[in-house]
Write a protein that binds this ligand. Structure first.
Ligand SMILES: [Zn+2]
Length: 179
């Protein structure tokens, strides 16, 4: 089985309405958290800014959380703006739901394909692995990866998930020989 890997090339933008200029796009930029202590309770925010007017907004990561509820390494990560933690929080569906934004993955990911796949005997079986939760339509991903039309994909590909429904979970498919 051949592996195809979907991975991000940078952090996605956020589809988030700016209260000042009404632009619908924000970025985490270099990635900064703000931690505010109030007695034994901590608030943690991820800062994002509007791509059009630079207005900064705060996304709630943790709210009035007891200091003791934090993993020390994670708390340190918030203080030093650990890039891996910025990515982990931004890609966490809970943060998106709580702060009412969606991720805009346009031009923020790529599909890595082993170059030798054309030498494989038909039918070819492929396993798609997601290193990052990029939502893709299997039909489009497979058409792009194989250089086929979407009609060809519907005709020649057997997939274990619905071809036209977006997913960011791994799946496998089989390509039958062409005519
Ligand atoms: Zn703005």
């Amino acid at each position: 089985m051949l592996p195809w890997v979907v991975r991000r090339t940078r952090l996605p933008l956020l589809s988030l309405r700016c209260v000042d200029c009404r632009s619908g796009s924000a970025t985490t930029g270099d990635g900064r958290f703000r931690v505010n202590a109030n007695g034994n309770l901590l608030d943690v925010w991820l800062l994002v800014r509007c791509v059009s007017c630079d207005r900064t907004s705060k996304l709630t990561v943790r709210e009035r959380a007891p200091v003791t509820s934090f993993d020390p390494a994670e708390l340190h990560g918030y203080h030093v703006n650990d890039p891996a933690l910025v990515a982990a929080r931004l890609l966490d569906p809970l943060l998106a739901r709580r702060n009412r934004f969606t991720l805009d993955w346009t031009d923020a990911w790529r599909l890595d394909i082993p170059s030798a796949w054309r030498d494989e005997a038909w039918p070819v079986r492929v396993e798609v692995v997601f290193e990052d939760p990029v939502p893709v339509r299997p039909e489009r991903l497979i058409a792009h990866g194989l250089g086929l039309s979407r009609n060809d994909v519907r005709r020649r590909v057997k997939c274990d998930v619905p071809l036209s429904r977006r997913t960011s979970a791994g799946f496998t498919f089989t390509v039958m020989a062409g005519d």
